[in-house]
Write a new protein. Structure first.
Length: 361
């Protein structure tokens, strides 16, 4: 049921933290190393160079442009480097400003717009996509992600429900659990998602990373640090380089007063902008003797205090095969803090596998 090619979509890069009034850094010496760029011998960089050269020779080739844009988006997620998002937009330049570009460009434009916090513009693109094709699982899942980020949880829930019969069951349950976990159904959402994952041991590793990371954040918000750590470690065993996962794990370590472990985790990962803030919080790197002390954070429910710099990138859960056998790319829903709705209030009980009375439209 899961295709072998795994790509990503909306909210692919971590959100950037920008300090107001920051002044530019002027190197004191001409030989100071400011950044180490990826080697051109790296296979990924060689592939990107090849695709870019081909697109330069054929700038109107939409298939080639969207292929290159997707690869840039994937690299942005992997490295946490937002410059790749700009490269992706440049690849789509011939179609970018059109009110209604072709669907392959439209979904990538929505992806890039939400990654730069243009949420309403991204939703307009996604609304246009689902009007064109109501079976587009990629669009519904991305739409649910954006709606959750802007706090429209009921609308996000409705978008998740549209995934039934359009996406793999585990993807549907993860979408619903992400919304339920921030709208008063934390425990029920966690239990159902954990069961759904146990029932799909054949799920591809990237999807399992997405689910395990979400379960870790949910468990931590519920106050179960031991379960949260188990989920984090399970995800890390599958992908130790996922930039969002690393940042979430570092936040968890800092919350638990384990700043030394967080520093060792982050010390060689300074290329990812979103990881610089937790690195600054580590006393070994910033000289903050009290930062991360157990008395300061231990025992508190896990909270996303650093959401100004980073929120949940989308899952590489697609592409999906719909009834029309079209390939779609799924999204990773963001982990956010519980927003205070009483448990079970304001929405029907978690539907699980469709549940009684649930209409799969």
């Amino acid at each position: 049921m899961y295709p072998s090619i795994l790509l990503l979509c909306a909210l692919v890069a971590p959100l950037l933290f920008q300090a107001a009034g920051a002044t530019p850094h002027i190197p004191p010496r001409g030989d100071q190393v400011l950044e180490r760029l990826p080697a051109r011998t790296d296979p990924v960089q060689r592939e990107l160079l090849r695709l870019r050269a081909s697109l330069s020779a054929n700038p109107a080739d939409m298939r080639l442009a969207t292929t290159l844009a997707r690869r840039y988006i994937e690299q942005a997620r992997h490295e946490g480097d937002p410059r790749y998002l700009g490269y992706a937009q440049a690849a789509l330049a011939p179609w970018w400003a059109r009110p209604e570009p072709p669907a392959p460009v439209l979904v990538l434009r929505a992806t890039l717009r939400q990654s730069t916090h243009q949420f309403r513009a991204a939703l307009r693109d996604l609304d246009l996509l689902v009007k064109r094709d109501s079976d587009d699982a990629q669009a519904w899942l991305t739409r649910a992600t954006v709606q959750q980020v802007i706090g429209e949880h009921d609308a996000a829930w409705a978008s998740c429900m549209r995934l039934y019969s359009r996406a793999p069951e585990l993807v549907v349950q993860t979408c619903l659990a992400a919304v339920g976990s921030v709208s008063g159904q934390g425990r029920a959402s966690y239990d159902r998602l954990r069961q759904a994952l146990a029932e799909r041991p054949d799920a591809p590793a990237p999807i399992r990373v997405w689910v395990e990371t979400l379960l870790a954040e949910m468990a931590a918000r519920l106050g179960d640090a031991a379960a949260a750590e188990r989920h984090f470690r399970a995800a890390l065993a599958l992908d130790a380089e996922d930039s969002y996962l690393i940042g979430a794990w570092a936040d968890f370590l800092l919350d638990a007063g384990r700043a030394g472990e967080a520093a060792r985790l982050l010390q060689d990962r300074t290329r990812a902008d979103a990881l610089l803030l937790p690195l600054r919080d580590c006393p070994e790197k910033a000289g903050r003797r009290r930062c991360g002390a157990p008395g300061r954070r231990a025992g508190r429910p896990f909270r996303r205090r650093r959401t100004a710099r980073r929120h949940r990138p989308p899952a590489r859960a697609g592409p999906f095969r719909t009834g029309r056998a079209r390939r779609r790319r799924g999204c990773r829903t963001p982990g956010q803090a519980e927003l205070g709705r009483p448990e079970g209030a304001g929405r029907p009980a978690y539907p699980g596998r469709g549940g009684a009375g649930i209409k799969r439209s």
